[in-house]
Ligand binder design. Structure first.
Ligand code: ZN
Length: 91
């Protein structure tokens, strides 16, 4: 990013799609580098926490819920919590 003239501090939100180490392994470093808040589903927080792969949640982090809208600049994403590597939400 820095070689491309981008400032990591411009990153405000890190969205983790699921709690496996290949998605969370550098999270502590990235949080420190960017100061960004981290969002992931509760099931993924639990999965990654049990595995000891993520730093503790802080007040800037948030739980992504099914149907939740996340706005990034002028784009709004709608989260769909789906099974895959993560247990599906009960409906
Ligand atoms: Zn995975």
């Amino acid at each position: 990013m820095m070689r491309m003239g981008l400032d990591p501090q411009d990153i405000e939100i890190i969205i983790i799609s699921h709690g496996h180490f290949d998605h969370t392994g550098s999270l502590e470093y990235l949080k420190e580098l960017t100061g960004a808040s981290v969002g992931m589903s509760e099931a993924d927080y639990q999965l990654a926490t049990i595995a000891g792969e993520i730093p503790e949640r802080d007040e800037n982090d948030f739980v992504i819920t099914d149907g939740m809208e996340i706005t990034l600049g002028d784009t709004t994403l709608t989260a769909l919590v789906t099974p895959g590597h993560t247990p599906a939400p009960s409906r």
